[in-house]
Design a binder for this molecule. Sequence first.
Ligand code: SAM
Length: 280
Amino acid sequence: MRESYKRSELAKLKDEFGFNYSKSLGQNFLTDRNIIENIADALELSGQENVVEIGAGAGAMTTVLSERAGEVFAIEIDRRMIPVLENVTEGLSNVRILNEDFLKIDGGSLPHKYKLVGNLPYYITTPIIAKVLEDPLIPMPEQMVFMMQKEVGERLMSPSGKKSYGAISVLVQYYCEVSKVCSVPRTVFVPSPNVDSIVLSFVPKKGLSDDADVVRQMFAIVKAGFSMRRKTLRNSLASLGLSEEVLLSALSSADISPERRAETLSPDDFLRLAKEISAK
Ligand code: SAM
């Protein structure tokens, strides 16, 4: 095995392996060993865990994960990157390379118990996170550590009442405890993107026992509320198809004024309202 590619070598990869970096696949490769170590540290690995890496690219994180995990499942959509990955992980018997689109993957390709990590392609950060949290075929990871565009990370962590707070914030904060691992400047990537990044850790909450229908109702409310975020709940939630009487009575039982807007409701407020609506 060899160390991951250095900055100068990454730039040459395209000549050696005959391809160009694909902007549309979000190919910005990490070159900073300290940041890779920070990400691996955040996963708190003991040497036993299965780690699934989304978008392994040229393997900068894969080799470090291989030193610390039981088994590494390196998922990469771009088949042109596979020989590069194979080259860098040669001799690492605990690395499995899967040439797949993570958005199309089903639970069958993933271990049952695992941690999930990735320097995520910017263009599909939120669909990836939504898939992990909502797709019943994907086993819930024990932890996720993801690098993403700074503004997207701020949205995921945003408290209610802020402009950055939206449907994806409620989804993530309902299912997970979210914390910041580190900031990442654009200069540590090849090629360099035109945004800065942030690494966040997501620990799924244990013991979430809300009824599946209530959770479905909650996310229907979230969707309706945020699709007309400037309107009051009285108006934005009309699209749920409830009678006004039922809606106002549920809001009142949940102690939420119909004159408030969705962006002022915490994930707990949405859940309480969903329970009241489901009980009507
Ligand atoms: N992990 C590498 C690193 O940190 O240097 C590469 C990260 S790069 C930001 C994102 C990687 O995800 C690219 O290699 C890209 O080809 C891959 N990718 C993009 N869309 C994907 C998808 N739907 N499923 C799996 N991998 C994907």
